[in-house]
Design a protein around this ligand. Structure first.
Ligand SMILES: Nc1ncnc2c1ncn2[C@@H]1O[C@H](COP(=O)(O)OP(=O)(O)OP(=O)(O)O)[C@@H](O)[C@H]1O
Ligand SMILES: CC(C)(CO)[C@@H](O)C(=O)[O-]
Ligand code: BAL
Length: 299
């Protein structure tokens, strides 16, 4: 596996790759890697079509792209953190990450410094309309501007054919899909399923910040989502499902529930009645001690 810290070295290498006709798969991350990240690498490695493909521009109606080379970036992007303590606490384990990536068959890892990515503070501002006024956008002001800017920069640096994102960050998938369309990036976006611990907790880099007691309590998120999904399968309304989640958290004082929403999994518009299979998402965020956790179920 090759490792580059500079944009110049990365571009120089990837130019040769592209000139030889090889196609590039890209997995952007903030490091502190876990099995969830490794499944994105595996999806890229296998040209995996099975996770829900959400097409960008190049592949609408075309044959799926199978990448020949997999690039992963590790960059804790200050621009997307609305809370300085969250940024300061964010786990950083880059040497271990590189070992995991190499074992997973990643070809290139890009580990730039903050100065490399942001020689100047960007003056650009990105807006995602309705996509950023709910859920994560509402509770993390400026977050999707920061995500959009860094993802656009990384797309320009890597120039991938396919990019892989996790369903755990469902709103991010919708925002990046929109970014791809708005800026005409010739990139196919693949959404990969959320990987969970045995007890249902969605894997997340921030999980390692939980105390042992909080780690046990954290299963509440998945219990709440499963309860809401089961209620909707029993023909209860989205409002009833949301009320059940709010009630469940009301009995778990360790948590502060920020939001629970039942939305269309692609548009993120609130839904008021049952939709076609695979179209409904229940999303929530909750603060547990100092750690903020998010999760969702699509069904
Ligand atoms: N459990 C998971 N299953 C599948 N994909 C995941 C999972 N966790 C994260 N990802 C995806 O990995 C990519 C990089 O995410 P990131 O590095 O922020 O990790 P993270 O675990 O989401 O960390 P955190 O939520 O604590 O910021 C994103 O596309 C994200 O959706
Ligand atoms: C896409 C991303 C790498 C941009 O910093 C980040 O938001 C993440 O890890 O999900
Ligand atoms: N995976 C989402 C990145 C963030 O929480 O900033």
């Amino acid at each position: 596996m090759k490792r580059f810290d500079t944009i110049y070295a990365l571009r120089h290498y990837l130019q040769t790759v592209r000139h030889s006709g090889r196609r590039i798969g890209f997995v952007p991350t903030m490091g502190a890697l876990h099995e969830g990240h490794l499944t994105l690498i595996a999806a890229a490695r296998q040209g995996d079509r099975l996770p829900h493909p959400t097409s960008g521009l190049s592949q609408v109606g075309g044959e799926p792209v199978v990448p020949d080379l997999v690039v992963c970036s590790i960059f804790v992007n200050p621009a997307q953190f609305n809370n300085p303590d969250d940024l300061a606490r964010y786990p950083r384990t880059v040497d271990e990450d590189c070992r995991m990536l190499e074992a997973a068959g990643c070809d290139v890892v890009f580990t730039p410094s903050v100065d490399e990515i942001y020689p100047d503070q960007p003056t650009l501002r990105l807006h995602f309309g309705e996509l950023e006024t709910t859920m994560e956008g509402a509770f993390r002001p400026g977050h999707f501007n920061g995500v959009g800017i860094v993802v656009a920069k990384l797309f320009n640096m890597v120039q991938p054919d396919v990019a892989y994102f996790g369903q755990k960050d469902l709103q991010q998938v919708a925002v990046v899909r929109r970014l791809i369309r708005d800026l005409s990036f010739p990139i196919e976006l693949i959404r990969c399923d959320t990987i969970r611990e045995a007890d249902g907790l969605a894997m997340s880099s921030r999980n390692r910040l939980l105390s042992p007691e909080e780690r046990q309590q954290a299963t509440t998120l998945y219990q709440a989502l499963s309860l809401a999904r089961d209620l909707m399968h029993e023909d209860r309304s989205p409002a009833q499902a949301k009320a059940a989640v709010i009630d469940l958290f009301a009995h778990r004082p360790a948590f502060r529930l920020e939001y629970v929403e039942v939305v269309n999994a692609d548009s993120l518009h609130p839904v008021i009645e049952q939709q076609a299979p695979g179209q409904t998402a229940i999303c929530l965020a909750a603060q547990l001690g100092k750690v903020r956790l998010i999760d969702n179920i699509v069904f």
